[in-house]
Design a protein around this ligand. Structure first.
Ligand code: NDP
Ligand code: GDP
Length: 329
């Protein structure tokens, strides 16, 4: 029997790497969209880390280039399309609002249009975000909570989200949107606060640094593990009917408490090392996010499996190992 075929945009990102591994283990023929880079060796480092490099087929393409996307989808004819590609860092979206709109917002519209033309039977997943809730309108956010985006990133994601809903309702595409709360792993981009903290703690522990400069320590997030969250993406595309789902742990923790957990893990005190720096503050803040993933539990049978304490430990141990390797410590 022929393997089921999936195409992932953003395959070199954190989630793309974990999703590739998950789908390969399920026997899928995995294809990925790769945007050309002068430093291609660096770009697929995450795929190598997870041991999936060389096991997936990469296609040159960019979310800003509809004709290229059409060609790739026409060639690959995937049964499932996961649109994970994005300018995904909220802070950068104030510096690059139009790029973020083009890649994160219009890029999703390009993908939907390309699917409609080239492979309309394919099932489509859109990587929506809890950032769309922004200035929260309910203490626990679910699929029915009104949105209030607070950054160019969140506004772009909201456009992509509604385009996904509209392509489902207008053209009958099997298009689902996962409203994923923050999820992390050793492969999280180093600029995001969790990875910045675990990398910083590892550097301090090894004597390579003495301080860690952060922004708003009072912000609270509902943090889960990327490995768990890619499973929810896949489950959404296995349903007969496409729909939208919140994916979250249901526990919210402040940046300060995340920091404490991380320093405690290596036997250090956060108070001795963390300084705040206005450079890391944002023009508008999302103070707190807390997801209600009851629908995903009831309809998909999905629950978050990794405790935050275990996630923190895994990320620090990975950063310690990496730094030791590089520094020959
Ligand atoms: P990453 O930032 O790790 O990965 C983003 C991916 O998008 C990379 O592969 C990147 O390629 C690719 N990309 C960027 N610009 C383009 C472009 N113009 N054309 C094609 N590809 C491009 O994100 P994550 O893996 O963490 O997240 C996956 C998706 O889920 C993103 O859409 C993100 O916004 C969304 N999301 C993430 C959450 C999280 O907590 N992680 C929460 C909710 C939503 P390159 O390697 O070349 O830079
Ligand atoms: P986001 O939720 O997608 O914006 O993910 P981030 O990991 O970038 O940020 C999570 C929260 O941590 C936000 O409320 C930030 O304001 C806060 N934060 C505090 N200090 C920092 C920092 O130094 N870097 C980042 N990236 N975020 C920080």
């Amino acid at each position: 029997m022929q393997a089921r075929r999936a195409l992932i945009t953003g395959v070199t990102g954190q989630d793309g790497a974990y999703l590739s591994k998950f789908l390969l283990e399920k026997g899928y023929d995995v294809h990925g969209l790769l945007r050309r880079s002068a430093s291609a060796d660096v770009v697929d480092a995450r795929l190598k880390w997870l041991g999936v490099a060389g096991k997936i087929t990469l296609h040159d393409g960019n979310l800003t280039d509809l004709s290229g996307l059409l060609r790739v989808l026409q060639d690959v004819q995937p049964a499932e399309v996961y649109n994970l590609g994005a300018q995904s860092f909220v802070k950068s979206s104030w510096q690059q609002p139009l790029l973020t709109s083009t890649v994160t917002g219009l890029g999703a519209a390009h993908m939907l249009e390309a699917v409609r033309i080239a492979c309309p039977k394919a099932r489509f997943y859109q990587a929506s975000s809890s950032e769309m809730f922004g200035l929260i309108q309910e203490p626990r956010q679910s699929e029915t909570t009104p949105f209030y985006p607070r950054s160019p990133y969140a506004a772009a994601k909201l456009y992509a989200h509604w385009m996904t809903v509209n392509y489902r309702e207008s053209f009958g595409l099997h298009a689902s949107s996962g409203i994923l709360f923050n999820h992390e792993s050793p492969l999280r981009g180093i600029e995001f606060v969790t990875r910045k903290i675990t990398d910083g703690v590892a550097q301090i522990k090894l004597g390579l640094e003495t301080t860690l400069a952060l922004g708003n320590l009072d912000a609270k997030r509902d943090w889960g593990h990327a490995r768990d969250y890619v499973k929810a993406m896949w489950l959404m595309l296995q349903q007969d009917t496409p729909d939208d789902y919140v994916v979250a742990t249901g526990r919210t923790v402040s940046v300060r408490d995340f920091c404490k957990l991380a320093f405690n893990h290596v036997g250090l005190n956060m108070e001795d090392h963390v300084v705040t720096d206005p450079r890391y503050m944002r023009p508008a803040e999302v103070d707190v996010l807390l997801g209600n993933a009851d629908k995903a539990r009831d309809r998909l049978g999905w629950v978050a499996e990794t405790r935050l304490e275990d996630l923190v430990a895994e990320m620090i141990e990975a950063d310690l190992a990496r730094l030791k390797r590089h520094q020959h410590l």
